[in-house]
Design a protein around this ligand. Structure first.
Ligand code: EPU
Length: 341
């Protein structure tokens, strides 16, 4: 079988990355079925090119033009599966918009994803960095996924253990065998209970006088909080949290607390402490400041923004200046969350 691939040359990626960085790809393919992936990897020339697998482009910093092949995953489809005695099972293709998928599950009367409302990006990207917000993480509701393995040209099924989920991390972020996620399944409890572990969310629900909120009411509350604190990428280019919240040893945290009593920290199961990167950056005086066309969002110091016309290099320069200040003051190394290409 020969498949003609609708490849496009010198394709602008500006509308395909939420930072709004003006960069282009040498070759671009909108992937609408798995046969196209097979055809790409059966072609020795295409298979040998540098590759960027692109979803919603919301966790990406383009540092220049990309001299390779962009595989833009636009696989569509979502459905409610039979499930089991305790769980609803839902599946969605990797190219589905995450937020629309979450809202669709709620419209089907299935709760469990509401805390993850309004996260930008696609369904296929969610397992890669184990997206999380407001006390919930992808791994908590994940059932399994299907990935395309370029090495064999076949698809493989992976369960949660195979994905090796951790905080904003999974097997897909590490070197080794390349896998392209094509389809994801979630298991959502039939006996739904609101997850109000995150204090800010619990308070916002209580303030509305909701003693027994519905999944949709929790979703609406999360959406309102996010709209208040995070910039809409359609208005102001950004990639969500630019740094991960750093984890330090209990000793390091105790030393910092002596000097900085208001340090925001959360104990982890293994005894280490997770610090709020937004607080560290804010305390260093970066909130609302800019360096060239790149800036720190005035309402959330963890979000770097494109004030208009910023290049990837502008954002990198700002990120490096912030990292240097936080390291000098707190002895903590901030690790970027987006992928640099
Ligand atoms: N803080 C400040 N100044 C700031 C920002 C935050 O002092 O400018 C303090 C806050 O007062 C709070 C603490 O830092 O005590 C934590 O802030 P927040 O609740 O806003 O959450 P975060 O740790 O900054 C994380 C995720 C977000 C997620 C929220 C809510 C990471 C890297 N970020 O942010 O995820 O939406 O919690 O769960 O884990 C993303 O990953 O792109 C993202 C937006």
């Amino acid at each position: 079988m020969t498949l003609i691939l609708p490849l496009q040359q010198n394709f602008s990626l500006k509308a395909l990355n939420t930072f709004g960085i003006d960069a282009s790809a040498k070759l671009y393919l909108q992937v609408v079925n798995v046969d196209q992936l097979r055809a790409v990897f059966a072609d020795p020339q295409l298979a040998a090119m540098p590759r960027l697998v692109l979803g919603g482009g919301s966790n990406l910093l383009l540092t220049g033009d990309f001299s390779g092949l962009v595989l833009h995953i636009c696989l569509e489809g979502r459905e409610l599966l039979p499930g089991d005695a305790d769980h609803h099972h839902v599946r969605a293709a990797a190219g589905e918009n995450w937020h629309e998928f979450v809202q669709w599950t709620l419209a089907q009367g299935v709760g469990g994803l509401e805390n993850l409302s309004l996260i930008p990006g696609t369904v296929g990207a969610a397992p890669i960095q184990n997206v999380g917000a407001y006390g919930a993480e992808t791994k908590d509701v994940f059932l399994s996924l299907t990935a395309f393995d370029p090495a064999s040209g076949e698809t493989v099924e992976m369960d949660a253990a195979a994905c090796r989920f951790a905080y904003r991390d999974s097997v897909f972020k590490h070197e080794g065998r390349e896998l392209i996620i094509v389809d994801v399944r979630f298991a959502l409890p039939r006996a739904w209970q609101p997850n109000l572990r995150y204090a800010e969310l619990a308070n916002a629900v209580a303030e509305q006088g909701l003693s027994a909120p519905t999944p949709q009411q929790v979703a609406d509350t999360v959406i309102a909080i996010r709209r208040r604190k995070l910039p809409d990428p359609a208005q102001i280019g950004n990639a969500g949290s630019f740094f991960k919240n750093p984890v330090v040893s209990a000793e390091h945290c105790a030393r910092l607390l002596q000097q900085f009593p208001s340090l925001v920290h959360h104990a982890q199961a293994d005894g280490s402490q997770k610090l709020a990167a937004g607080w560290l950056i804010d305390q260093c005086g970066w909130k609302g400041r800019s360096l060239g066309a790149a800036g720190v969002y005035p309402k959330q110091a963890l979000v770097l923004v494109n004030n208009g016309g910023a290049s990837g290099a502008d954002v990198q320069r700002l990120a490096a200046a912030i990292q240097a200040d936080v390291a000098a003051r707190y002895g903590v190394r901030l690790e970027p969350e987006p992928v640099f290409v």
